[in-house]
Design a protein around this ligand. Structure first.
Ligand code: MSP
Length: 533
């Protein structure tokens, strides 16, 4: 487990990529935003002051082209599709603190201010580009890379087009050794490690200056000193992370409230946009003398039944498909699947209806819901729905766990969960929290309180067992709440509890459930029919 990135009283800033408005939202965009949401909720639960940013990337040739095809202005297209992305936030239960649009004046004026600073420092200069351009990705490609790519876009497969333009350039080459030194000193700057190695490998080829303006279209932010040039969409977009906090307008009102969040703890992105975030963006920040983000986390891709999702195959897990999952399994089951089964490592992850169903049934119905429900119904049956009075802190967890008592076991699991969340090891956080539920399950199976209860003389022992189970369920619900906020709230409410406001460790401390607390029957996840293959 990597060392914690920052002390827990530091404000925390996490960002998603800003999504292109010429596409509709789908599993990919919803995935990255959900991961960031889980982290943001976990850090808030831990008492940190969190700022969680997402938004839309609205300039560029592609948007101009799509708008033309549809007979509308680029702004109208951007408004329409940005609203689609915003609509997603409620149903997915995403708790972002702001939603930035790159066509907003607050963003545009700050980008111009940043670019003016880079012009003044000589980091941006006028020159001529001769090379290649990937139209789909809106990315300039040097001759040597184009050759490696066989003059085709690795993303769309379409041929690269020749590009010769008089452009403004960013002096990326001047930052080669500074970047190398920075990467060496920060071995966790890019995660997972395999992705960092890819960046370092490409860095060894040597950095060339990159164009930062275009003149062959107009849908972009005008260059402050030369308005016939528009700022290249990628440069414009990367700045969103800083403009949302007002950093381009240092004395302004936005910066007054938000500058404290800089630098970001995590820029979470997909693997295809790593170079921009791991190399170009840090070099720009160095040129602007702004502190570096702590980590760029590049996840891999969701694929569908073993195949890459693409428009031409028509196999995108789109919002309509996701709606079907919401209707059948609920949004929290969706968030659980995204968090625990997603492509957080260097491998792509396959999205299949069957696998989704299996995970739902095994982990949510048979484990989490089953424990919450068995415990609450037995408390109802044997103790009239009131938390039994019993000393449980040092009661052994199970025969397998040796002498370790419940209080020590859950404290250890809670701390481990907390650290996993903090380190963006979200699937591990989920599994560690769920291990408490598995221990409750084992306790019930090993001690069979439903059998013991047949003899009234055993009631003190049954009280002890069920009190431990209830407290275990409560703590698990606290720790799982960043992933499944609505369902965990439901369980906590049934168990007469709340998340409290004292931090994750406090909320998860053994003994939170006082004797006599009303415990209502609950069944947070219900069995549903398996999908037809
Ligand atoms: N606008 C740029 C990002 C600028 S950030 C300063 C962009 N936008 S995008 O709309 O294409 O979104 C890309 C992001 O969507 C990826 O980085 C990733 O986070 C997410 N995904 C898109 N397809 C995906 C999958 N199939 N699987 C997982 N996530 C993927 O690039």
């Amino acid at each position: 487990m990597p060392a914690p990135l920052a002390s827990s009283d530091r404000p925390a800033y996490i960002t998603t990529p800003i999504y292109y408005v010429n596409d509709r939202p789908h599993i990919g965009s919803a995935y990255t935003t959900t991961l960031c949401d889980v982290w943001a909720r976990a850090m808030r639960l831990d008492g940190r002051d969190v700022f969680f940013l997402t938004g839309t990337d609205e300039h560029g040739q592609k948007v101009e082209k799509s708008a033309k095809e549809r007979g509308m202005t680029p702004q109208a297209l951007a408004d329409e599709n940005s609203a689609e992305f915003r609509k997603l936030l409620g149903p997915f239960n995403l708790s972002n603190d702001d939603f930035i649009r790159t066509t907003e004046p607050r963003h545009e004026s700050q980008v111009q201010a940043f670019v003016s600073r880079l012009l003044a420092s000589g980091d941006i200069y006028l020159g001529e580009f001769n090379g290649w351009y990937d139209e789909g990705q809106e990315e300039y490609i040097t001759e040597s890379r184009a050759k490696e790519m066989d003059y085709k876009s690795p993303i769309s497969g379409r041929p690269l087009v020749r590009a010769t333009e008089k452009n403004y350039y960013f002096k990326l080459s001047a930052y080669q050794s500074k970047l190398e030194a920075f990467f060496k000193a920060n071995p966790e700057f890019v995660r997972p490690a395999g992705r960092f190695n890819e960046v370092l490998g490409r860095l060894r080829d040597g950095l060339q200056d990159v164009p930062v303006t275009r003149t062959n279209f107009t849908w972009g932010i005008p260059m402050p000193n030369a308005p016939e040039h528009v700022i290249y969409v990628w440069i414009d977009a990367l700045f969103n992370y800083a403009t949302a906090l007002g950093l381009g307008d240092a004395g302004g009102a936005l910066a007054k409230d938000r500058a404290k969040y800089w630098p970001p703890e995590y820029h979470v992105i997909g693997k295809e946009i790593l170079w921009f975030h791991a190399v170009i963006w840090p070099a720009m920040l160095m040129a602007l003398d702004l502190p570096m983000p702590k980590c760029v986390y590049a996840h891999s891709f969701w694929i569908r039944n073993g195949q890459k999702m693409s428009k031409s195959l028509g196999n995108f897990v789109d919002l309509e498909t996701i709606d079907g999952f919401f209707a059948k399994y609920g949004v929290d089951a969706w968030r659980w699947y995204m968090t625990t089964q997603g492509p957080l490592g260097t491998q792509d992850a396959d999205f299949s209806d069957k696998h989704f169903h299996e995970i739902y049934t095994a982990q949510l119905v048979n484990t989490f819901a089953n424990c919450a429900s068995r415990t609450s119904s037995m408390i109802e049956k044997y103790f009239g729905g009131a938390m039994p009075a019993a000393e449980t802190a040092s009661m052994p967890v199970s025969s397998a766990a040796g002498a370790q008592g419940w209080s020590a076991f859950t404290a250890q699991a809670a701390e481990k969960t907390r650290r996993h969340y903090e380190a963006f090891e979200l699937a591990e956080a989920a599994d560690t929290a769920l291990s408490i539920v598995r221990a409750v399950d084992l306790l019930i199976n090993e001690t069979a309180p439903f059998k013991l209860a047949k003899d009234p003389a055993n009631l003190p022992r049954v009280a002890e067992i069920l009190a431990a189970c209830a407290e275990g369920v409560r703590i698990a619900a606290v720790l799982l709440s960043p992933i499944m906020p609505a369902k965990c709230d439901e369980v906590l409410a049934a168990y007469g509890s709340t998340l409290g406001g004292g931090g994750m460790t406090d909320a998860a401390r053994w003994g939170g459930l006082k004797a006599g607390t009303r415990i209502a029957k609950c069944a947070p996840f219900m069995r549903v029919d398996a999908p037809v293959a």
